[in-house]
Ligand binder design. Sequence first.
Ligand code: ZN
Length: 205
Amino acid sequence: MNPVDTLAELFKEFPGIGPRQAKRFVYYLMTRSTAHLEELAARITELKKNISTCTECYRFFTKNNVPSPLCSICKSSNRDKETLMVVSRDVDLDTIEKSHSFNGTYFVLGGTVPILEKNPETKIRLRELTNTITAKAKHGLKEVILAMNATSDGDNTVHFLEQQLAPLAEKHSLRISTLGRGISTGTELEYSDSETIKNALKNRG
Ligand SMILES: [Zn+2]
């Protein structure tokens, strides 16, 4: 394979990128200076070195040369420990944080459960989630909010989690809630504005 196709194949693995867009990225890079490409390559290499996964919520965070197993949200004493919000991806967490409508802690599932999926537990961090909930239940956790996209995969993930978490919820008297449908059907959380998120949280059920 020639270098253009090799690189395009790699870009094709990016979320939401098709073969034509992947090729466009490669041709774009070819118009840039060698210095720019070296800078880009160095930044990509650095990314992995400076980023850690939080051992409590599983979000990515920048280490800033301070070794810590926990991210700034999990470490903070100003966050409300009674509510845990479960999101699919880091980008959803970022959107909720930007809306300033939630002051609890998070858990990043790392994916969704597609409809008819035969092995749902391989698609998300289910075991890690139950461990986190069990640990947090001992420290005042009262509610788990399932904040998924208003898509069929999001709905399916909610149903799956509701079933899986039911025994745990009963054992620790936890409320399992979902976002109110201020978010219209088909909308991804990532693209919802702050006002919509605020309302969806207020109207959760
Ligand atoms: Zn964390």
